[in-house]
Design a binder for this molecule. Structure first.
Ligand SMILES: *Cc1c(COP(=O)(O)O)cnc(C)c1O
Length: 368
């Protein structure tokens, strides 16, 4: 790779393929694979990722919000797209763009059926979400009769899948809870199929569900974080390759004398002679203020340079006193080393948060 001349997020499509194939190797051949590409494909580039996965014959996509699905349709993606968290205001748009809603309560079920009827739809594919313990979105088991009577009274929709979501699939101390969620969902599934008389696709596993609960893969699995290179454990992380590397460049180097300060609010006070480097990335780019004042660090020539002082909107300053480097040299924020998991741990958070936080003003550079 040539040296970056500004802050960039490099996206490695070979790593994406590796992760996809690793996850697929955990499945039986007839288990479908849904790729979760919400939030700009976890901060990378949803259209690029979707096109690549479509070429690799992924079965399904999911996004969180309707607008995210519209962007994919505008880009020519034809694979079915499940919208995990739609709002009634977008139901016409969902139908217009052939997106498939998750129906998670009586209000959205009723309103979606009304819109589908008005639009003269028949058998429009919908997905029914059940709550099995996350207590976020979803019907309860005892709503099955209501759901079926509502959807059968109308020819406008057809239940294409039923699903639930695990609360702690990555946490092996919560195996009993997770197994309970899976058992509850299996009961719901059997009851649902018996009542509706056809067999919708059933799915409950996210990435850590795929890795830790092989008996719960059912008809389809939904993976997000794994595709982007994280296994949510030290052991599994080794089997994945992070697809995104956040790189930058040294804009300026300063010599700071004893008693001088660095940055806003004079938050860093030097007690000796030191060298600082200013890097063009800040809290507006997703590096929150919680990484400031010695918590987070970047890598320059393979060595750690801690962030000193407060994170600014468009810049950080790092301590390079013991690093032999020049203005224009490459800076790594996260990628292979440190990984986003390691970088985010310095501010007590997780890979999911830091990778999805990288702002859209940072140019994505696709590596094929
Ligand atoms: C985000 C999301 C996923 C993906 O989870 P990962 O842990 O990233 O694999 C799966 N299902 C639902 C309902 C989600 O909201």
């Amino acid at each position: 790779m040539p040296k970056p001349q500004e802050t960039i997020l490099e996206i490695d499509l070979k790593a994406l393929k590796h992760n996809y194939e690793y996850l697929k190797s955990k499945l039986t051949p007839n288990t479908k694979f849904l790729a979760v590409i919400k939030a700009f494909a976890y901060g990378s580039d949803a259209v690029v990722i979707a096109k690549h996965l479509e070429n690799l014959n992924v079965d399904y996509f999911a996004v969180a919000y309707t607008n995210e699905g519209v962007v994919l349709r505008d880009a020519g993606i034809t694979t079915p797209i499940l919208v995990l968290h739609p709002q009634p205001v977008n139901f016409n748009l969902i139908i217009e763009r052939c997106l498939e809603p998750s129906l998670y309560n009586a209000k959205v079920l009723k309103e979606f059926i009304e819109v589908a009827q008005k639009e003269n739809q028949s058998n429009y594919p919908v997905h029914v979400k059940f709550n099995t313990g996350l207590n976020r979105l979803g019907f309860w088991e005892n709503d099955i009769d209501y759901i079926i009577s509502k959807s059968e009274a109308s020819q406008a929709v057809k239940v294409k899948s039923i699903f639930s979501h695990l609360a702690a699939s990555e946490d092996l101390d919560e195996k009993e809870f997770t197994q309970n969620q899976i058992n509850t969902f299996n009961t719901i599934k059997n009851h649902f199929i018996e009542r509706i008389g056809h067999e919708p696709i059933s799915h409950i596993c996210n990435t850590s569900g795929i890795l830790n609960y092989p008996d719960a893969h059912l008809d389809m699995v939904r993976s997000g974080i794994g595709l982007y290179g994280f296994g949510n454990s030290e052991v599994e992380d080794k089997n994945f390759k992070p697809i995104a590397t956040l790189k930058s460049v040294i804009s300026q180097i300063h010599k700071i004398g004893p008693g001088e300060t660095v940055g806003y609010n004079r938050a860093y006070k030097s007690d000796s002679l030191l060298k600082s480097a200013t890097i063009p990335i800040g809290h507006a780019d997703g590096i929150g203020r919680q990484y400031g004042n010695g918590k987070g660090y970047v890598i320059i020539h393979g060595r750690k340079a801690p962030i000193i002082g407060n994170v600014c909107m468009d810049m950080i300053m790092v301590n390079i006193t013991n690093i032999n480097c020049e203005e224009g040299d490459e800076v790594i924020v996260f990628g292979k080393n440190p990984t986003a998991t390691e970088f985010s741990a310095t501010a007590n958070t997780i890979s999911y948060e830091i990778i999805t936080a990288i702002s859209q003003r940072i140019r994505r550079v696709i590596v094929k």
